[in-house]
Design a protein around this ligand. Structure first.
Ligand code: LMR
Length: 408
């Protein structure tokens, strides 16, 4: 081939640290295989269901939709208003009541393709509006954070998140990193259900972090992909409320993939909290320019489902119950797995009980993970990130036994 060829001297790129494992799982012919890799909700039978509220919304859409016209660049105004109500709902407030800063015009929300699109847009805004900024991510973090920063061309650094024994938050180390960062840098925080550790700050610790972030002039980017799967839809926004109370400008990357189980519809949102109404409106224009050059305007169907659910009180309440049921099943699996590990003599994993959301780290190395895959057909992500939603009454003893055998 000539030197100008696309294929000349090309070597393969590495597979994705999460979806690459899912591909390997799919290709595995062993019927007993267990997928605890990608962060998706599953029922007892391993199926990721379509929520009943989603089915009802789709039925209505099928009956009533009249067009597949392009959405506005930032998404349907009705949808983004509802997503704003969901993200910024305050404890005890009715759905739709807005915090004062919303009424001041300081919040703009755009519909993005999934939470990944929202993080991508946030990072694009950092590049455009704070060109000298570095982006700090926790070690460990969701691998796509650094992949996105690399793709956009924003330098990134990591800061410690957990203690050396990986059992708790290392708040002092987080604060030291905030104080070591340049004013103007951005930090990506996991708004709830830290991925991959499951270790979240308490509300009081969030207030300390937010105070340090505000004092240092850091831009917090909240990756809020798991709203509702930690302690509750409103409870999980304690992180956001801490940054709001500290007076920060904030970018919030939200997702309907997990809490609406709308993984393949790609519904997410970027919420921009600016220092005043004029700044919010100006940042919105930059976001729209970035979107137009990337995906032009968001996909329609998934957003229409979310708008149908959030816009109808009865359907929204039904959906909130479904979120609660998913959360409780995940937490039940988490507890049962810790008990099973103990009864297999795997050691003390009681710290997993304080974890939030789908994930925790079992602290397994690559060789141990390979053995789990090769010998037991059990698939986990790096460092032994386990997705508790993939467990079931049948799978819990099998996985606990296999993990215990590795650790003995
Ligand atoms: C995960 O962390 O497994 C999920 O967020 C899926 C993804 O996009 O990586």
């Amino acid at each position: 081939m000539s030197n100008g060829s696309l294929s000349a001297k090309i070597s393969s790129a590495p597979s994705d640290p999460i979806f690459g494992i899912v591909e390997a799982f799919r290709a595995d012919p062993r019927p007993e295989k267990i997928n605890l890799a990608a962060g998706v909700y599953m029922e007892e039978d391993g199926v990721t269901p379509i929520l009943a509220s989603v089915r009802e919304a789709e039925r209505r859409l099928l009956a009533n939709s009249t067009t597949k016209l392009y959405k506005p660049i930032g998404g349907d105004p009705a949808l983004v208003k509802l997503l704003r109500a969901l993200i910024f709902r305050e404890p005890g407030a009715p759905f739709g009541a807005l915090p004062a800063i919303a009424n001041e015009g300081r919040i703009e929300v755009l519909h993005t393709p999934g939470g990944t699109g929202a993080v991508r847009l946030a990072v694009e805004l950092v590049k455009r509006l704070r060109p000298n900024a570095e982006i700090w991510v926790s070690d460990p973090t969701w691998p796509n954070h650094t992949q996105i920063a690399d793709a956009v061309g924003v330098p990134h650094r990591s800061h410690p998140w957990i203690s050396a024994d990986a059992r708790a938050l290392d708040l002092d180390a987080v604060l030291q990193s905030i104080n070591a960062a340049k004013p103007g840098d951005a930090f990506i925080f996991h708004g709830a259900c830290h991925n991959p550790t499951g270790i979240d700050p308490t509300a009081a610790q969030w207030r300390v972090i937010a105070g340090a972030v505000a004092a240092r002039g850091i831009l917090p980017i909240l990756d809020f992909a798991y709203q509702g799967l930690g302690d509750g839809l409103v409870e999980d926004a304690a992180s956001l409320r801490a940054f709001l109370a500290a007076g920060c400008e904030i970018l919030v990357a939200a997702s309907a993939s997990k809490n609406f189980a709308l993984y393949d519809e790609r519904v997410g949102a970027l919420a921009i909290v600016a220092e005043d109404k004029e700044a919010a409106a100006a940042i919105l224009t930059h976001a729209k320019v970035a979107i137009r050059a990337a995906w032009s305007n968001p996909p329609g169907h998934g957003g229409e489902i979310v708008a149908e659910i959030l816009g109808d009180d009865a359907l929204r309440v039904q959906w909130e119950g479904e979120v609660t049921a998913m959360r409780e099943r995940i937490n039940g699996n988490r507890r049962a797995f810790v008990v099973a590990l103990a009864s297999e003599g795997a050691g003390d994993f009681s710290h997993l009980l304080t974890g939030r959301g789908m994930f925790s780290l079992l602290g397994l190395d690559d060789a141990q993970l390979k053995r789990l895959r090769d010998e037991q057909a059990i698939y986990l992500v790096a460092r032994g990130r386990i997705n508790f939603a993939g467990l079931s009454a049948v799978k819990i003893p099998i996985v606990a036994k296999a993990v215990a055998a590795l650790l003995r």
